[in-house]
Every structure is written in C-alpha cells, then in structure tokens.
Design a binder for this molecule. Structure first.
Ligand code: ADP
Length: 479
C-alpha cells in the first residue's frame, strides 16, 4: 500500500475527496505515494482558514516570523539530499539537479527570513508645512499560489517564502504531477511552528482547486507559474474581480553564438541551457542563433557532445539527462519533431525513444539545423529536449532574430566581444540576459521574470518580490 499524503488545512492533515497517484517518470512501476485531491468545498475551507489566520499573522511578531522561515530553510538545507532524491524521483531531473534545487529552496527561505526584519518604509516632508508623510508596505491578505511541475520545490519556495515573510497567509496548490515536494515543505513549515491556517496546502486538480482559488472573492492575490494558455485564462478571471495577479509562463529563449565566441564555452552553455533538466525549464535555450563563421564548427561540436550524454534513470549516478516528465509531454516533444521535419528543418541528432533498465519516458536529446524563425519549432515552446539552430549572417541579424518572438523571459549571448555583449545586454528584449552563461540557471536573491508573453505583473524573488506580496500605504500626519 502506498502512503497517503494529506492536505494541510488550518493546521490539520485532511484526506481529500479523492487521491492521485504520484509516479516516477524514470520507472513507472515506482509509486512515490498517493496524494489527497481536494474538492471545491475543501478548497473553500482552506481559504477561510487563511482568512481567519491573517489578522494575527500579519500583525504578530516579526522576529517569530523570521525564526519560522529560518528554521524551515535550515531543515530544507539539512535534508537536501533526501528532498533532492524525492524531487528527482517524482519529476525526473537528475539527482545532482534535484539536490541543487532543494538547496536553493532552503536558501530562498533563509533569504526571506532576513527580509522579514529588513522591511522598511520612507518618511517624507509634505508640501504642506508641518505635515509628515510615511510610506509603508502592508501584506495583501490571503494569497493563492499555483505552481507547475518542472521545479517542484524551488517554485513553491519562491512563492511561499516571500508571501509569508511579508505577512500574508497562503493557500498553495502544487502541480498534480509533483505534489511530493510541496507536501514536504508543508510538513517542514508545521514543524517550524507556523501557526495553524497561515499556510494551507491544497493538492488537487487545476480545474477544481485552482479555479476555486482564482474565483474566490477572499483570495486577494494569485501568483501563478505554468503554461501560457492557463495563465491567460486565469488572469482574465482574477482581474475581472480586481485581484492582484502575477504570472510566469513560457519562453522561447534565444542563445546567440557569435563568430568570436570561445567554442568550448559556446557548446557548454548551449548544451546546458538547452538540454539539462531534460529541457523542461521555462528559461531553456530553444533557439540557438549562430553566425555563419562558427556555425558548422559549433553544430559539429554540439552533436558530438549530445552523443556523449547519458540519458537514463534520474536517480542513477552518472545520468546527464533524466526522462521527460510524463507521456503527454513526451507525445508533445515527438509531435514537434514531426512538425520540424515537415517544416523543412533537419534533425541532425537524437529524438528517438530510448529503452533503459526501468520503464520510463526516455528520449535522446534532439537538435535541428536549418531552422528559420518563422517555423513553429522556432516560435512555440516545446518544453522538452529539443532545440533548433538558426544560421544568421552577423550580430545585427542575430539580435533581430533573438527579439523576434512573442516571449521575453531569458536571452543569452556567447561572445568575447565587449562591444557586442554590452549592446546585447541593452537591446535584448527579455527580463533576464546572460552573457557567456546558460539562459537557464539563475541566482536565488535577485529578480526573476520576463517581458511580453512570458510574464505579467511584478517580478518574483529577491527584494523585488515585495512588490507583489505587499500593498503600499501613504500616511499623512499633522501635529
Ligand atoms: P503545465 O503544463 O506546466 O502543467 P499548466 O498551466 O497546465 O502548466 O499548470 C500549471 C498549474 O496551474 C498547475 O498547478 C495546474 O494544476 C494549474 N491549473 C491548471 N488549470 C487551471 C485552472 N483552470 N485554474 C487554475 N489553475 C489551473
């Protein structure tokens, strides 16, 4: 019998209306656990509990708040190997990637533990003599956090920690595919002595739990990370009732490689950015825009490198690339291989299903050449280990192609030229720009987010998270 993991509502662990089986994508016979699925009524109970808890939490001791977040961060870091293994087992990224992500979640909690006691306001003189003005930030209320499957511990952490740090109470709905890591955070928060109702974990379907949160009048703000279509639909509903909304959605992130690049750096940056975590990162490089002088050497070296990567069970030592997360994502990746070929691009390596000792969703990392920026494989987010090379004449064309996308999350360049790197940093139309570094892989203490179709609302992470999780008050005082 698999263990049943329950929802956390008002400090109590409650069974849901049904259960969902969490399976290991590296070995589909391995059941990670059974996880409660809430219905509408249970979701409403959680929202009510968060509403009840808000008064005391938002006005209580900030030292206590800081201590709780710090204790949670310490426990996550102390258990990073175990939590990283759980993450790799439920999501399929490799064990070192899983452990790294768990470490990062712990660091995020510790960062926001510090932010609790660093909150400050402004004091200004009024234009009316004798009057003082204070500008302060206050929590927004009950916040709903909806997270995707590709970063099962880091994304919940980077929403939960600032939400709590700035005095909000939380209802959190993790992705159906990977509830295990979010459940572990809930368990850790209980052990860190978080008061009942301040954090509620409501696992279940997006169309039930997520939908209820988005439409509920007592949820003041919704922070969502996931697909473009879900994000857009959800935002329309939340905005219609004047809720605050923050969306992180897709990307079609370009990596420009110029003739003057160090070839080894270019290959490393491209392969890491495009294929690590099985390419399932919203910041993954999925368009490699390469100038003609280095194009052939670059493609040959990337192909060589891809052939040497070990695709296998995420928990097996030495695995470079784990499985795709599930059958429907694998079907999507395969569909785009057919689309790319039909559009006239050349699949130069990979793309085949691979069999391993355990039954999982394994696929060899795939590279297209001869792609143009009008092809669907260069415009639509595939979200798998599939990347396309676009050949361009020079830097100017590379920049134009890089910016010719409806997305704007991350944009990278590999070059030894100060002139081009400086120009690119200024003119790349993206929320994050990387020079000689992979487009995926970011620090935990600085803002994360994009432009255009990638993001909506204010930035996540670092001090900039305060913008979303607080509301500004301007107070006037006459003597
Ligand atoms: P992904 O492809 O990453 O799973 P989704 O946008 O489908 O992206 O899911 C991201 C998160 O949004 C998940 O937690 C999912 O359950 C949730 N979700 C899906 N549909 C809805 C909805 N209609 N309302 C609110 N949340 C939803």
């Amino acid at each position: 019998m698999a263990e049943l993991f329950k929802n956390l509502i008002n400090g109590e662990w409650l069974a849901g209306a049904s259960v969902s089986v969490n399976r290991n994508p590296s070995d589909t016979s391995d059941v990670v656990g059974e996880y409660a699925q809430a219905d509408v009524a249970q979701t409403r109970t959680a929202i009510a509990a968060a509403g009840e808890a808000f008064g005391a939490w938002s006005t209580g001791s900030i030292q206590e708040r800081a201590n709780i977040l710090d204790r949670a961060g310490n426990e996550i870091i102390a258990r990073k190997d175990e939590l990283g293994a759980l993450l790799s087992r439920e999501e399929g990224k490799t064990l070192p990637e899983g452990i790294g992500e768990a470490m990062r979640a712990g660091q995020i909690f510790k960062f926001f533990a510090g932010e609790v006691v660093r909150q400050s306001g402004e004091k200004l003189a009024s234009v009316r003599p004798g009057v003082d003005i204070e500008i302060t930030r206050e929590p927004v209320g009950v916040v709903g956090l909806i997270t995707p499957w590709n970063f099962p511990i880091a994304i919940p952490a980077w929403k939960i920690a600032p939400a709590l740090a700035y005095g909000n109470t939380v209802v959190c709905k993790p992705a159906d595919l990977v509830p295990g890591c979010a459940w572990a955070i809930a368990d850790i928060l209980v052990r860190a002595s978080l008061p009942a109702g301040v954090f509620n974990l409501v696992m279940g379907r997006g169309s039930v739990v997520g939908e209820t949160m988005v439409n509920h009048p007592d949820v003041a703000a919704i922070s969502f990370t996931g697909s473009v279509s879900t994000g857009r639909a959800l935002a329309a509903k939340a905005i219609a009732r004047m809720a605050k909304v923050q969306l992180e959605m897709g990307g079609k992130n370009p990596l420009v490689v110029l003739d003057d690049a160090d070839l080894a750096v270019a290959v490393n940056v491209a392969v890491q950015g495009s294929y690590f975590s099985t390419g399932q990162r919203c910041t993954a490089s999925s368009r490699l825009i390469v100038t003609e002088g280095i194009h052939d050497r670059f493609v040959d070296a990337v192909v060589e490198k891809l052939k040497s990567l070990k695709v296998d069970n995420a928990l097996t030592p030495g695995t470079d690339i784990g499985p795709v997360v599930d059958q429907s994502q694998l079907d999507q990746d395969m569909k785009y291989l057919e689309i790319g070929k039909a559009e006239g691009a050349t699949l130069v390596v990979g793309g085949e299903r691979v069999q391993r000792a355990t039954e999982g969703f394994y696929m060899a990392p795939a590279l297209f050449t001869g792609a143009t920026n009008t092809m669907r494989i260069a415009r639509e987010e595939i979200f798998g280990p599939v990347t396309a090379v676009l050949r361009v004449k020079n830097y100017d064309e590379a920049l134009a192609v890089a910016n010719d996308t409806e997305f704007g999350l991350a944009s990278g360049i590999v070059t030894t030229s100060l002139k081009y790197s400086s120009h690119f940093k200024r003119h790349a139309q993206a929320g994050m720009v990387m020079v000689n570094l992979p487009t995926a892989g970011v620090d935990y203490h600085v803002p994360f987010g994009g432009r255009k179709g990638s993001s909506y609302g204010s930035r996540e992470q670092g001090r900039y998270a305060a913008e979303f999780f607080t509301t500004v008050k301007t107070a006037y005082t006459a003597p």
